[in-house]
Structure formats: structure tokens, C-alpha cells
Design a protein around this ligand. Structure first.
Ligand code: NAD
Ligand code: MG
Length: 390
């Protein structure tokens, strides 16, 4: 008899989103069969997850770690593989549901491979929509794949967006926590350390997205993500700072109604929504106690201290390769900030300088995306080396 369980693959299983996904899947062994798990280099956790979930395949992107992974999984019957091509092959294996939770543009090729197989793709990896949104959406449509947003804001919008009344949707409103520097002065922000930037007030996340949240580039990336997921033009996407992170986002309709999704700030809720879809399943997230919270507040984002929002809007308006360049320059800048070769405010400056320097580049296929991405990385890295970015 064939296995009635749903086949699932997790790309980026050792990360913050990946670990939460593993937790939900582990709690329902009768429902899910794990086809493949993919990580960058953390073989100890990857092997442990693979054994616990009885995965068919475990892949480590950093090929130098493959011997270690093999040793850890010896005698388990679990297949192992290593390298970037093996990551894409893992994503292309037959699974009904694929969690795309690799961080950065590195997740693009495997996520595309899953989409091209017509899978249900739970998308956490927002960078792949930012750097190749049109291509990704076209591949999803061409192969009958389903893209389910995992980002809490986009999951919220997805839940309250009445797709059969799209002509009545006036706006979507993305909420932003404002990050750890919501109340900091520019002088204070000039001196922040990586430790301060990754200490998010409401959410526990990987290092890159934590820095993005602190600079609000995360909201800029999410603006571009929302544009592609919901076919909304840039001027119909608003951003409001909501420090309590209880309302995850909203959709405003022509009759004046505004629909929102609320919950405690816990990624297990949007992950569970995508895992159970089209049904809801239980998640162990803390329940929302509105009386205990008492007050929900809202404010406009400060464009002076958080220029990343303007840069993301500019990239979306410019179109073509601009969002790809924005994303790649930001990835380089965040990495440089984390390794203390770029200041916190230097992140947005470097992204802006890279956008300023970009010439005409058309985006027609994946090679074009990779070329624009590579150009932006090289340009941003050269600026850091030359001491032009600070
Ligand atoms: P993370 O850094 O905690 O985890 C990243 C995962 O990707 C790890 O498993 C790592 O091993 C893997 N990985 C990294 N580079 C890889 C490569 N080249 N090949 C294969 N695997 C690779 O990051 P995270 O916080 O879990 O975020 C993952 C993605 O989800 C990001 O795109 C982020 O923006 C998005 N996201 C995260 C959250 C959150 O709460 N953490 C919320 C919304 C969206
Ligand atoms: Mg988000």
C-alpha cells in the first residue's frame, strides 16, 4: 500500500524557520513523511533532524562538510549528498510540500526547482521573490505550483485577501515592528553593534533577517515580496509601524472595511498555516491575550532614520534588475556589518550607492538575474574594500 502521508522537504531545516517547521512536523508523524532536509553547514543538527524525522535524504550545501554528515548518518539508511547542485536536486525530488527557508538569493535555484515540479511551496525565503519575482511567479503559474507565503505579514494578507473581489481591494497595509532602533537617534544608530542589531524586541530570527529588521530593509524586501505575491502596485502598499507585532498585516477594501490577521509574534502560526493549508492545523504558539496587551499602537516609519524603505520603493518603481541589485547589495552589506567591516548606517548607504551605479540591465531569465546579482555583489564588495562604504 502506498504511504498515505504527505511528502515534505525542508530547505534550510537548521535555521530559525527550519527548526520551527521541524517541530511542527515532528509533532504529527502520522501525517508527514520527510523526503529531504537541506542545510548549509550545520551537520550535527542536520543529522540529528534527519534521524528524528527518518528523512529519505540529507543534503549539506557546503561540500567540505559531506564526509562529516556521512559519518554522522552511517548505518541510518538515510541518503546523503553535498554541494549546491545536490541542494537543487533535493528540491526537485518528489515532495508534495516544500518549505523554502534558505536565507538569501542562495535559495533561488532550489526554490525554482520545487516550483517547476508543481509543488506546494511554502515561501519563507523572501529574497528569492525580491531578486527574481517575475520569473518566480511565471514559473509557479507555468507549472501549476502553489506559493504559500510564510512571512507573517504575507501570511496575514493571504488569509484576509478576498481574491474573488480583487477589484475591491484598495490597499494592503504591511505592519512593521520598527525593530530595536525604533526610538534611537541617528547618532546612536551610527554606533550600533551587530549584537545590538540582532536583538529583536519581538521576534527570534536568523541573523540576516534580524539586521534587516533593524534597518527596516526587511520591510522594504517585504514590500517587493507583497507586490509579486498579490499583484499590487507599489503605491497601493502602505507600511505602518506597530511595535507590539500583534496585527500581522491588513487589507483595505472599497467599502471602508479593513481586514486584519492577529496573533502572538510566533512564526509557528504562519508556518502551521502553510503546512496545513487549505485546512488549519494546531500550533503551540502562545495564545493572544488582548486584555493583557491592553494597547495597540501605530506610527509612520521615519524616512530619515530608515532610508531602506525609500530604496525598496525606488527599486520597485525602477523595475528590471533594480530589485535584484538592491537585494544583492543588501546581502553583502549585512554580511559586512555582521563581520564589522561596515557600520550599521553604512548598510543603506552601500545599497543606495550600488543602485546609483547600476547601468541598464534587462531581466529575462535566470541567467540575467544571476548576472545582475553577481554584478551588484562585486560592486558592493569593491566599495567596501576601497573604503568607499563606511
Ligand atoms: P537562518 O539563518 O536562521 O537559517 C537559514 C537556513 O538556510 C539554515 O538552515 C542554513 O543552513 C540554510 N542555508 C544558508 N545558506 C544556504 C545555502 N547556500 N544552501 C543551502 N542552505 C543554506 O534564517 P531564518 O531566520 O530561518 O530565515 C530563513 C528565510 O526565511 C530568510 O529568507 C528570511 O528572510 C525568511 N524569514 C524568516 C523569518 C524568521 O522569523 N526567522 C520570518 C520571515 C521570513
Ligand atoms: Mg515578516
Amino acid at each position: 500500500m502506498s504511504d498515505p502521508r504527505r511528502g515534505v522537504t525542508i530547505l534550510g531545516s537548521t535555521g530559525s524557520i527550519g527548526r520551527n517547521t521541524v517541530e511542527l512536523i515532528e509533532a504529527a508523524p502520522d501525517l508527514y513523511r520527510v523526503e529531504a532536509l537541506v542545510a548549509n553547514s550545520s551537520t550535527e543538527l542536520l543529522a540529528d533532524q534527519a534521524r528524528r524525522l527518518r528523512a529519505g535524504l540529507a543534503v549539506v550545501a557546503d561540500e567540505s562538510r559531506l564526509p562529516d554528515l556521512r559519518e554522522r548518518l552511517a548505518g541510518s539508511g538515510i541518503e546523503t549528498a553535498g554541494g549546491a547542485a545536490a541542494v537543487v536536486e533535493a528540491a526537485a525530488r518528489p515532495a508534495d510540500w516544500v518549505m523554502a527557508a534558505i536565507v538569501g538569493a542562495a535559495g533561488l535555484a532550489p526554490t525554482l526547482a520545487a516550483a517547476r515540479r508543481g509543488a506546494v511551496v511554502a515561501l519563507a525565503n523572501k529574497e528569492c521573490l525580491v531578486c527574481a519575482g517575475q520569473l518566480m511567479m511565471a514559473e509557479v503559474a507555468a507549472h501549476g505550483a502553489t506559493l504559500l507565503p510564510v512571512d507573517s505579514e504575507h501570511s496575514a494578507i493571504f488569509q484576509v485577501f478576498e481574491t474573488d473581489q480583487r477589484d475591491q481591494v484598495e490597499k494592503i497595509i504591511l505592519t512593521a515592528s520598527g525593530g530595536p532602533f525604533r526610538r534611537s537617534s541617528l547618532d546612536e544608530m551610527a554606533a550600533v553593534t551587530p549584537e545590538q542589531a540582532v536583538a529583536h524586541p519581538n521576534w527570534s530570527m536568523g541573523a540576516k533577517i534580524s539586521v534587516d529588521s533593524a534597518s527596516m530593509m526587511n520591510k522594504g524586501l517585504e514590500l517587493i515580496e507583497a507586490h509579486h505575491l498579490f499583484s499590487m502596485t507599489e503605491e497601493r502598499i502602505d507600511i505602518v509601524v506597530h511595535p507590539q507585532s500583534v496585527i500581522h498585516s491588513l487589507v483595505a477594501y472599497g467599502d471602508g472595511s479593513v481586514l486584519a490577521q492577529l496573533g502572538s509574534p510566533d512564526m509557528r502560526t504562519p508556518i502551521a498555516y502553510a503546512l496545513g493549508w487549505p485546512r488549519r492545523i494546531r500550533a503551540p504558539s502562545p495564545r493572544l491575550d488582548l486584555a493583557a496587551i491592553g494597547t495597540l499602537t501605530f506610527e509612520s516609519p521615519d524616512p530619515v532614520r530608515f532610508p531602506a524603505l525609500r530604496l525598496a520603493r525606488r527599486a520597485l518603481q525602477t523595475g528590471g534588475a533594480a530589485p535584484t541589485v538592491l537585494n544583492a547589495a543588501n546581502e553583502v552589506a549585512v554580511q559586512a556589518f555582521l563581520s564589522r567591516t561596515l557600520s550599521f548606517l553604512g548598510i543603506a548607504r552601500l545599497v543606495e550607492a550600488t543602485l546609483d551605479a547600476m547601468g541598464a540591465m534587462t531581466i529575462g531569465n535566470l541567467d540575467d538575474v544571476m548576472a545582475a546579482d553577481a554584478w551588484a555583489r562585486a560592486h558592493a564588495q569593491a566599495a567596501i574594500r576601497a573604503g568607499k562604504a563606511h
